[in-house]
Structure formats: C-alpha cells, structure tokens
Design a protein around this ligand. Structure first.
Ligand code: SF4
Length: 450
C-alpha cells in the first residue's frame, strides 16, 4: 500500500458527486493518489446520502463493509449528508470510523484526514460545522481536471422550501447561492478544459439568487452565462420548483440556443389536497397553464418530472387524479418514488399509514403507464435527426445522450458506428425503446434536420 492513497465512494445525488469531485481534488492537490482498490488505500472515504430510508441503508452498508475490511494502518472517513444529519450516531453505529465530516464542510477533508492519520484518537474526529457553503472559485480549477465532455456545476446549495416529506433543509440548511462571477469563472474553466455540456444543479435552481437580492436570478444567470461563455454547446438546468418557472425564464430558455429545451420540474403529485398536505404548491391550474405555455414557447421541449405515491392520506381518488394527470400530460420522463417516512420532517407526525402493498401497486401502475407513454414519445423521433453528445464506444456501438437525456436518470442513444467520444454529432434516429433510442451517424454532407 502506497503511503498517501485514497479510495472515495460517492453515494446519492449529483450535488454529492460535485462535492466528491472537489474533495478528491483537494487530496490530489495535497499529494494523495486516488486508487480503485480499497485494500490499496491508506484513506477510505464514503460521501454518504442521508435523504431517505433506502439511501441511508445503503450508506450504512458501504461504511460497514469498508470498516469490516479495514486494515490497521488505514483510516475510514464518513462524509456527506448522513453524517451531517446524524453526526456522532453514524460512528456509534459503525465501529471503525475514524473521522466524521459534515456535507457543509467537505472542503475540510484534508484537515480531517491529516488529523485522523495522526492516530491516538480514542474517539472518532467529528467535523460538523453548521455554516452552509457552496464552494468558491478555486473549486472551478480543482474540478476542471476531472471533467469529461459533461460537468455538473453547483449554483447553490441548501433549500428554503417547506416540503413536508423532505429532510434536505434539515441536512443542508437554507439555500445559499454562489455569486454569478464565481459560476461564470468555473464555466469558462470547464469550457477551456473541453466540457461541452454544463449541467446546472442546486436543490432548487429556480430559487437561485434570492439570497443575493436577485429577482429572476436563474433567468439572469442563464443570460449572463450564455453571453460570457458563448462557446459552451449545451447548458442544462436541473431541479426547477413549481410556481417559480416564470415567463422570463421561459423566454430565456426559448431564445438562448445553448440552453437546452429540457425542463426538470419535480411536481411530486397532481391532486391539490395531496399537494397541500405535502406543503407543496397545489395550484394545478398553474401547472397546466405553465406546462402548456412552455410547450407552446420552447420548440421541442422535453419535460422530466417526479412523483411520490403513497403519501400519508393518499386516497384512491387522489391517486387516480395523479394517474389521469400523467396519462393526459404525456411527460417525456417520469421518476416515481414510494413515500418514505422520514423522522424530523414536518410530515413525520402523519406517520406512514398507506400499506406497503398499496404503495407498491400504485408505483407499478404509474411506471407501467409512463413506460408506454415514453415508448410512444420515443417512437415519434424515428426518422428525425438529433444532436448527440457521444460518451463512449462499446462493441461497434457509440453511446451518447441527446438534449432529452440528463446523465444517470434519463435515456441513451445507441449509434451504429464509431463516433468520437466528447463530440456532439448528428444522428438519424432509426429505432425506439421505452427509454432509449437507436440511430445512425448522419454524414455531414446530407444532413436532415428536425
Ligand atoms: S424543494 Fe422541497 S423537495 Fe426539493 S430539496 Fe427543497 S424541501 Fe426538499
């Protein structure tokens, strides 16, 4: 085992991925090497997720496995949202953890690792400062060296929304936005490093800039980003909040060519009573009107959303309203989750009354409905040409994503023939599956556009 090596496991969402990238870069900068094999590492790090039950269980499982296999001269650091939320309890549940670092201070990873490796600590080191931060300029430089053709760019962290089922505000604190200059600086660095797709992430991107006194902060950010980094091919916005997709934002998305006609807007339900109990915007007229306006204004708009089934008190009638809404609206992409009881959230007093088998049945019916819709929507692309960001090649097939596909959560495009990884190439769609498309490379000479 080489002296200064680390093995980092990143769990949870894209925000955690960004923090893991940055922690890895801080260690590399401090002379460490990253290793794939945990047995070859002097430092083991798990960037945990503490959002809902299944995610917490996975975090404990991964920590437990590494702690069990840990050698005498190895240290194990638990970082991320599980530690931010449960602190000392995590180390009590998993003997063998040497350091506990909260998600809000990921940038102190070198300090915690150095302290832990000094040894002679009867108790694990706890580093759980309260203050939320979203990283500053130097992170841009840190992260650039890890980027492929696509990179997440965190524009804010934390959340001020009151969603009753959600523990994120408990973990991350209220929303803190990064200054625009800092975001543009990092975007330029990523562009110079060859990034073609910038994926803007936050807990609620539509709330960007409110803490900086900005009105319509996201629309302003997109305008300044597209003006300042005109050669960034694609800019994708994730995590919009219903009620905050404004006319100006719609206009910017419709007129700024780099901003992909892709909207990720978790709606969580479609019955006003359920939404009201979830402490979510429950004005379904607004939802219908805004989705209609967006589809009318933004050419070829692709919409992704997510829903929760089995929320406390969800009646058959409320569920049917959700089912009918999905059937009628025909989203491109739908993610569905079964309600997960979360202690400490404002929905906790409601308990978890919907039986597991009812949740499961509602979940399966909704996913089956959406699978058929997704296939039909995909079939409507056969014969058309889409620009595809190529991300790999395997077995004679190039694999990539179109503007309709966010990484890790949406579909893929399988292209016959070899296309250069990192390039954006025109692909004529020849086939459709429930989530993915197939196609052939279009010879530049005889391009057929949408
Ligand atoms: S918007 Fe709601 S669901 Fe999303 S992170 Fe904030 S509180 Fe949680």
């Amino acid at each position: 085992m080489t002296k200064n090596t680390f093995h980092l496991v990143s769990l949870g969402c894209s925000k955690n991925t960004v923090d893991s990238d940055s922690m890895a870069q801080l260690l590399l900068r401090d002379g460490y090497q990253s290793v794939e094999d945990p047995t070859k590492a002097s430092v083991l790090i798990v960037n945990t997720c503490g959002f809902i039950g299944p995610a917490k269980a996975e975090s404990y499982r991964v920590l437990g496995e590494l702690a069990e296999g840990k050698k005498k001269n190895q240290v194990l650091i638990a970082a991320g949202c599980l530690t931010q939320r449960y602190g000392i309890e995590v180390a009590q549940k998993v003997p063998g953890i040497d350091g506990v670092l909260g998600t809000r201070r990921w940038m102190d990873i070198v300090q915690v690792v150095t302290e832990a490796r000094k040894g002679k600590h009867p108790e694990p080191i706890y580093h759980l400062p309260e203050a939320a931060t979203v990283g500053s300029d130097e992170n841009g430089a840190l992260r650039v060296s890890m980027a492929g053709a696509s990179a997440y760019l965190k524009i804010a962290d934390g959340c001020r929304r009151p969603c009753a089922f959600c523990a994120i505000p408990l973990i991350k604190g209220t929303a803190v936005s990064r200054p625009i200059e800092s975001i543009i600086h990092e975007a330029r660095e990523l562009r110079d490093a060859g990034v073609r797709e910038l994926i803007l992430i936050a807990q609620d991107s539509t709330d960007y800039g409110h803490d900086l006194g900005m009105k319509e902060g996201l629309a302003t950010l997109l305008e300044q980003l597209t003006d300042s980094v005109p050669d960034m091919d694609w800019i994708r916005v994730m995590y919009s909040f219903p009620g905050y997709v404004t006319d100006r934002l719609i206009d910017v998305m419709a007129t700024r060519k780099q901003v992909l006609p892709y909207l990720d807007i978790p709606l969580q339900h479609a019955h006003p009573k359920t939404l009201y109990r979830m402490k979510r915007p429950s004005n379904m007229d607004w939802v219908h009107k805004t989705l209609g306006k967006m589809r009318a204004t933004i050419k070829d708009l692709s919409i992704r959303t997510t829903f929760i089934v089995g929320y406390p008190g969800e009646t058959d009638e409320e569920y049917q309203a959700l089912y009918d809404f999905v059937k009628e609206t025909r989203f491109d992409r739908v993610g569905a989750f079964q309600f997960s009881f979360e202690p400490g959230t404002t929905s906790a007093p409601l308990g978890d009354p919907v039986p597991a088998e009812v949740k499961q049945e509602r979940y399966e019916r909704l996913m089956e409905l959406q699978q058929n819709i997704s296939l039909q929507v995909n079939q409507s692309y056969v014969g058309k040409t889409l620009d595809v960001l190529v991300e790999g090649f395997d077995n004679g097939i190039s694999i990539g994503r179109s503007y309709r596909d966010a990484p890790e959560i949406d579909g893929l495009v399988f292209i016959e023939g070899k296309a250069k990884t990192g390039e954006i190439v025109p692909v004529r769609i020849t086939g459709a599956m429930a989530y993915d498309l197939t196609g052939v490379l279009v010879e530049q000479g005889n391009l057929i556009k949408l």
